[in-house]
Design a binder for this molecule. Structure first.
Ligand SMILES: [Zn+2]
Length: 253
């Protein structure tokens, strides 16, 4: 269970690319305290990243693992370490997994996604989804195969129509600053906050201490901007997100 405060619902705190990562994470958490950021849902996209998470446990960091639809160095064979992590209860969910229409191998992506949906069902784990362009394909796949899947779409950037469809599946939405770029999205943001399980995220990749302030200030100002945009107090948004995090990961936290 996280201490009460602001949670970053999707980020990457341990990446295999960065040797300096462990001390960076220590510094990142120290900085977070002063910003009232008390929790992070971090993502492991390779076996190496999962091991880094497992070996460096912090109360503030909970982690998920998954085969991303287009991350370098991942393959369907990674399904074994995802399964093992789910079985050992070392992860609190799967992700970020999904479909990415910027790449042409959609049928391969679907296979990888299905195998992971099955693991999530078997171990009753929530999922953080990465969906780019392929929202309708994603919707029909979930409806046909695992309609009881729970979790949230990270960095949601679809239309109001797509939002309404996803809402029917009872999935939540994690808001990244990208969604605030278009004025017309205010309707979607309003609908998400008032009707769905909602979350806030940076999708930050911790690589060096230059971007520490940037990411954390980004999270705080994202919530502030939403509060001003839709007229809900900042403190209430933090309280509700904290409640939503505990609800979606209720069997894990
Ligand atoms: Zn991400």
């Amino acid at each position: 269970m996280f201490e009460f405060g602001i949670i970053d619902a999707h980020c990457h705190l341990f990446t295999s690319d960065n040797q300096e990562n462990i001390s960076d994470v220590h510094r990142y958490l120290h900085k977070a305290k002063s910003n009232n950021i008390t929790g992070f849902i971090s993502t492991a996209l390779t076996k190496e990243e999962l091991v880094l998470h497992e070996q460096n446990k912090f109360q503030e960091i909970q982690f998920i693992a998954g085969i991303h639809p287009h991350y370098k160095n991942t393959s369907i064979n990674d399904i074994y370490f995802i399964d093992e992590a789910a079985r050992n209860k070392s992860i609190i969910g799967l992700g970020e997994i999904g479909l990415d229409g910027r790449f042409e191998n959609i049928s391969k992506q679907k296979k990888i996604l299905l195998a992971q949906l099955e693991i999530a069902r078997d171990f009753d784990l929530p999922i953080i989804f990465h969906i780019v362009k392929e929202y309708y394909n994603f919707l029909s796949l979930i409806k046909k195969t695992f309609p009881k899947t729970r979790g949230y779409i990270h960095n949601f950037n679809g239309s109001l129509e797509i939002f309404q469809e996803i809402r029917q599946l009872n999935l939540g939405f994690s808001i990244h600053k990208n969604l605030l770029k278009r004025k017309r999205n205010i309707q979607i943001i309003n609908a998400i906050i008032n009707n769905c399980l909602f979350f806030f995220e940076t999708d930050a990749i911790i690589q060096n201490n230059k971007n520490f302030n940037l990411h954390q200030n980004e999270l705080v100002s994202l919530i502030n901007d939403i509060a001003n945009l839709i007229g809900v107090p900042f403190e209430q948004l933090i309280y509700l997100q904290y409640k939503n995090i505990n609800q979606i990961f209720e069997h894990q936290l």
